[in-house]
Write a protein that binds this ligand. Structure first.
Ligand code: ADP
Length: 241
C-alpha cells in the first residue's frame, strides 16, 4: 500500500457555469496534517465536500482509502463515509435538543451497534476530547469551544481514517480556537489523518503542509514531500512500538 488515504486526480466541479474546481490533484498519506488555505470562493469547501463524498465531481478521479468513489452507489458511499470519514464544521451542526453523548453517538449511528454500546463509545470519545464532565449537557449549556469539541468527538467516535474540518476555529475566540487546534494535533499525533480548511494563516503556517487554492486550482503545495516522509516515519515508529 502506498499509504495514500486520499487521492484527487484532475478533479473538476462545475455548478451551471460556475467552475468551482478546475482540475485539482492532491494526494494525502496516512498520518498527515494538511492545512487548506486560499481566498473565499477559491474552491476549498467544494474540494472538502468532494473528499468527504458529500458531493461528486463533474469529472476526474477521487480515491478514498483505496476506493474509487465513481464506481460506488449512494449506499456504498454512505458506508464509506461512516467507516472512513469524520466531519467537523465551523458552526458545529449539533442537535440542539440532544445531550453531548447523544450527539456524539450519532457519529456511529450506522455502525449497527446497540444503543448502549453507542452510548459507551460516545462517553469514551467525550473523555478523549476532555469533556468527560459534560456528557449530559445540551449544546446551549456549553461554550463555543466545548460545542466544537463535542463535534470533534462525534467525528472521531467511529475511528475515521481521515478527519475533515471546515474552518473549525472560525466561530471561536482565540483561546478556544487554540484549544481546538491543540486537540486536532493530539488526534493527529495519535495517528488520525487531518485535513483542515482555515482562513487563519498563522494557524496554517504552524502545520507541516499547506495546500493553497486559488480560482479552483491548487496554486501551491508546501511541505508535501517532507510531511509525507515525516508521516510515514511516524507511522513506522508507531507500528514498531
Ligand atoms: P471557498 O470554500 O474557498 O470559499 P467554495 O468551494 O465554497 O469556495 O466555492 C467555490 C465557488 O463555487 C464559488 O464561486 C461558489 O460561489 C461556487 N459554489 C459553491 N457551491 C455551490 C453551489 N452549491 N451552487 C452554485 N455555486 C456554488
Amino acid at each position: 500500500m502506498s499509504g495514500a488515504v486520499l487521492a484527487l486526480r484532475d478533479v473538476v466541479k462545475t455548478y451551471g457555469d460556475v467552475h468551482a474546481l478546475r482540475g485539482v490533484s492532491l494526494e494525502v498519506v496516512a498520518g498527515e496534517f494538511v492545512a487548506v488555505v486560499g481566498p473565499s470562493g477559491s474552491g476549498k469547501s467544494t474540494m472538502l465536500n468532494i473528499v468527504g463524498t458529500l458531493d461528486r465531481p463533474t469529472s476526474g478521479t477521487v480515491t478514498i482509502a483505496g476506493n474509487d468513489v465513481a464506481t460506488m452507489s449512494d449506499d456504498e458511499l454512505s458506508r464509506l463515509r461512516a467507516d472512513h470519514i469524520g466531519f467537523v464544521f465551523q458552526h458545529f451542526h449539533l442537535q440542539t435538543g440532544a445531550t453531548a453523548a447523544e450527539n456524539v453517538a450519532d457519529g456511529v449511528l450506522y455502525a449497527g451497534l446497540p444503543r448502549r454500546e453507542r452510548h459507551r463509545l460516545a462517553v469514551d470519545a467525550l473523555g478523549r476530547v476532555g469533556l468527560g464532565h459534560r456528557v449530559d449537557h445540551r449544546p446551549h449549556q456549553l461554550s463555543g469551544g466545548e460545542k466544537q469539541r463535542v463535534a470533534i468527538a462525534r467525528a472521531i467516535v467511529g475511528g475515521p481514517t481521515i478527519l475533515l474540518a471546515d474552518e473549525p476555529t472560525g466561530a471561536l475566540d482565540t483561546a478556544s480556537g487554540a484549544a481546538v487546534l491543540a486537540l486536532l494535533r493530539e488526534l493527529n499525533d495519535g495517528g488520525t489523518t487531518v485535513l483542515v480548511i482555515t482562513h487563519d494563516l498563522e494557524l496554517a503556517a504552524s502545520l507541516p503542509r499547506q495546500v493553497r487554492m486559488r480560482d479552483g486550482l491548487v496554486s501551491q503545495d508546501d511541505g508535501a514531500g517532507a510531511a509525507a516522509g515525516a508521516a510515514a516515519l511516524a507511522a513506522a515508529i508507531r507500528d514498531h512500538r
